[in-house]
Design a protein. Structure first.
Length: 314
């Protein structure tokens, strides 16, 4: 199934892609499967371990047979990040050799993992807000894995059984700040966690619907023009299952966790006014507009990209 989250009168609901359109799965299952209490959120569905592919298809079929499915079709959903409160979001740096080469950096024999904060997520059609000081900002189009079960110390050959599904992550990065922090040995956490720097979505496609993510076509369009394209995993140094196994060794992995699996080479710079469309075959298109800062950052200087903090004097 292709699952998403949208706002329904101030409350998040789960939606599903169907031939008729986007169906409010939360309301549909309240009618057809009232005993299932987890349909209010995608995270609850994942953490419960229910077979949402089977239950969801049953729900749609019952409503279709009753001639009632149209009552649950959502015409213009207000998209939210598909998983609103994932236990954690992990990013994988330098996972494509061509990206390492264009960055003039060295290869490491282990995955380089960093955190993305859940509070920085925006959904499909949401806005990426630039900082109010000069900054080179890049999109980073990435295939992302959604963990389906808690796991610890698993092998790569076992990892597929712990995957719920796949989505798209834009690991937006503030490059000037990143290179500045690289001198301090902390290049990732700061520069990749500005507010709105984690667009996610639009769908989570379940592993049953998309069992093999190797060789999926990926592309980025900026204002309708293709700026780069690649292959979902054949160019990866560490494949998705190696990455999940590695993460499960050093930290407990939990149902609902998201791992963004790294970006590929090409021109990534974005500026105010750009409309980004990040596409992965079989998943869809994650679309976001880039906007300028909506308010000043009171503790930051605005003149230079890596200027000092504004310090209050006693």
């Amino acid at each position: 199934m292709k699952l998403m989250t949208f706002d329904y009168h101030g409350t998040p609901h789960v939606g599903v892609a169907a031939p008729e359109g986007i169906v409010d799965l939360t309301r549909a299952m309240e009618r057809t499967h009232p005993h299932v209490r987890q349909s209010h959120s995608l995270l609850a569905i994942i953490q419960s371990g229910i077979d949402i592919d089977t239950l969801g298809e049953e729900s749609l079929a019952r409503l279709r047979d009753a001639g009632a499915l149209d009552e649950y079709v959502v015409a213009n959903p207000a998209w939210l990040p598909p998983i609103l409160h994932p236990p954690k979001i992990l990013g994988l740096a330098l996972n494509y050799q061509e990206h390492i080469d264009e960055s003039n950096l060295a290869f490491f024999n282990e995955p380089i993992i960093f955190p993305k904060y859940a509070c920085t997520m925006v959904g499909h059609e949401g806005e990426i807000e630039l900082p109010p000081f000069p900054q080179d900002v890049d999109e980073e189009h990435e295939l992302a894995m959604v963990v389906g079960r808690d796991c610890r110390h698993i092998r790569p050959s076992e990892a597929a059984d712990y995957v719920f599904g796949w989505t798209i992550c834009n690991d937006v990065s503030a490059r000037n700040r990143q290179f500045e922090r690289m001198k301090m040995g902390q290049p990732y956490g700061y520069a990749k966690n500005f507010a709105s720097f984690c667009p996610l979505g639009p769908w989570v496609v379940t592993r049953r619907e998309l069992p093999d993510v190797r060789h999926l076509k990926m592309s980025v369009r900026v204002n309708g023009k293709v700026t780069r394209s690649g292959d979902s995993s054949s160019g990866m140094i560490f494949d998705p299952y190696e990455t999940l196994a590695y993460c499960s060794d050093y930290t407990p992995m939990e149902a609902g966790d998201v791992i963004s699996l790294g970006t590929y080479s090409g021109e990534k710079r974005i500026v105010e006014g750009d409309v980004l469309e990040l596409e992965i075959e079989g998943i869809g298109v994650l679309r976001n507009r880039v906007v300028g800062a909506k308010r000043p950052w009171r503790s930051f200087t605005t003149e230079t990209p890596i200027g000092p903090l504004v310090r209050e004097k006693p």
